[in-house]
Design a binder for this molecule. Structure first.
Ligand SMILES: Cc1cc2nc3c(=O)[nH]c(=O)nc-3n(C[C@H](O)[C@H](O)[C@H](O)COP(=O)(O)OP(=O)(O)OC[C@H]3O[C@@H](n4cnc5c(N)ncnc54)[C@H](O)[C@@H]3O)c2cc1C
Length: 455
């Protein structure tokens, strides 16, 4: 049952973060007639895509008092999604061939993505509503369903207190490292890094490196390291036994099972029985959701990387729709999904769209959690959408009354995944889905006129 709709309303909304999620949330909220302030602790928009050579004082990223760096970008990073499918739907991420400074590649480097996000912010006038170098310290619910937002600006004296009707949390989730637990690691003498603090391969030159993890960053970084390190050993949970051993095309890279234990003589033993004496362990083991500013009296918790309870990864039923999260799902095409989630939030806050009752939302969440449990999927995979992402996006689109994901975008995601698997080294420069690129560009004509994006 959907609740009856009230008259349309314009709300005062605080958006936390000016990365891709916060930028599109701000745009959608303003399109819907809300008044928006975006809080950004950095000095520019772009979030993750603001590359910095700086690393944290604790390279493992565990010490609570360490100096922190937001972005986990490394110097050589090129996108692992093609620009056509990566961009926001009505602001296509097309190559700007006329500008020599720009990177026209289909899978561009990180600077090009940052420029695209800056173009987006300026096209839609978002930068003007961002309070830069202003960190949200506390978000606390107050009477009447409103929110107190305490923020601190760089150089300012003291903390500002303001009241908002709603808060949209877009603070990103690639900053707080998760590391692998390794028996005996305390007495192991080598160096440890988390990929959050990986920028380039120089610190690994001539070293024997063990890299833990089997996801995108581990694939890129291991190849880059093989060019300078003495040996690269990859410990991965998600590899079939027959793939273990020396990697084809490399004379200094090996694939192993997970690590069993580390020892004070510098050796590291793997579950498959192999042993390596290593200089460095690099944890490419992902990140934790982290909302240090959020005070909800225990209504929203993070338990084994499940942020919950959340209806469809966005709303805690007891606090909906005034508190919402953009960008929690992973293994997705992020920007267009942020856009769908933001449209939903904006439409709900204005009463154009209705939510089910709190009880119905809780029932839905319980059923979802039971399904995960029955399928043997651990809690920490709650927000891994992967194959379900387009179904999820289309569900959101139907609620918002906007067009569902384009067929070419869905097909391109599958084609690129296949190509990445078949040509892990070269998929960014060799592909066979040009017909989908053409379809995408045909579609983009709706939004671009002589290179100028229609508002
Ligand atoms: C190494 C790496 C490679 C990736 N490659 C791709 C790719 O190829 N293609 C792709 O589509 N996606 C990729 N991603 C995913 C990427 O994270 C998303 O594309 C997207 O940029 C996430 O946007 P976001 O707004 O959710 O978070 P972020 O970009 O992290 O932005 C969050 C913002 O919130 C701000 N903030 C945080 N806390 C506060 C606070 N308390 N007060 C004020 N401001 C705050 C931060 O400063 C930051 O600017 C990659 C991610 C990583 C880490």
């Amino acid at each position: 049952m959907q609740l009856a709709l009230n008259p349309l309303a314009s709300r005062q909304v605080a958006v936390i973060g000016a990365g891709a999620g916060g930028l599109v949330a701000a745009r959608e909220l303003r399109r819907e007639g809300h008044k928006v302030v975006v809080f950004e602790r950095g000095d520019q928009v772009g979030g993750t895509w603001v590359y910095t050579p700086k690393v944290e004082s604790d390279l493992l990223g565990l010490h609570p008092d360490r100096t922190t760096v937001h972005s986990s970008m490394y110097q050589s990073l090129r996108t692992n999604l093609p620009r056509e499918s990566m961009g926001f739907r009505d602001f296509p991420f097309v190559a700007k061939e006329e500008d020599e400074e720009r990177d026209p590649r289909r899978f561009p480097g990180h600077t090009e993505v940052l420029r695209y996000l800056k173009d987006f912010a300026s096209e839609f006038g978002i930068s003007e509503i961002v309070r830069f170098e202003t960190e949200v310290m506390v978000v606390d619910s107050v009477e009447g369903g409103k929110w107190k937002v305490k923020s601190k600006s760089k150089g300012g004296d003291g903390v500002d207190d303001e009241i908002y009707d709603a808060v949209v949390v877009c603070n990103g989730h690639y900053t707080e490292p998760r590391i692998a637990e390794i028996p005996g690691i305390i007495s192991w003498k080598g160096k440890q890094f988390h990929s959050h603090n990986y920028r380039n391969p120089e610190p690994f030159r001539d070293q024997v490196v063990i890299l833990i993890g089997g996801a995108a960053s581990s694939a890129d970084i291991s190849r880059e390291l093989a060019g300078v390190a003495k040996e690269v050993h990859i410990a991965s949970r998600s590899v079939a036994d027959e793939a273990f051993g020396k990697q084809p095309g490399y004379d200094n890279m090996w694939l192993h099972s997970m690590i069993k234990s580390a020892h004070d003589d510098g050796s590291v033993a793997f579950q498959d029985g192999s042993v390596v004496v290593a200089d460095i362990i690099l944890h490419c083991t992902g990140y934790k959701y982290h909302f240090p500013f959020l005070e909800t009296n225990g209504i929203v918790t993070v338990d084994d990387n499940r942020v919950g309870p959340l209806y469809k990864h966005v709303f805690p039923p007891a606090l909906a729709p005034s508190l919402s999260f953009v960008g929690l799902p992973w293994k997705v095409v992020p920007f267009p999904e942020f856009e769908f989630q933001s449209k939903w939030i904006a439409g709900l806050l204005s009463n154009r769209i209705a939510l089910p009752s709190k009880e119905e939302m809780m029932e839905d969440i319980k059923a979802f959690y039971s399904l995960l449990e029955a399928s043997g999927i651990p809690k920490r995979y709650t927000h891994n959408l992967g194959d379900c992402q387009f179904e999820y996006n289309d569900w959101l689109a139907a609620l918002c009354g906007c067009p569902v994901s384009e067929e070419w975008r869905k097909k391109m995601y599958l084609e690129v995944s296949k190509n990445r698997h078949a040509r892990p080294e070269t998929y960014r420069d060799e592909w066979e889905d040009d017909h989908l690129v053409l379809q995408a560009h045909e579609d983009f004509k709706k939004y671009t006129l002589n290179g100028i994006t229609k508002k």
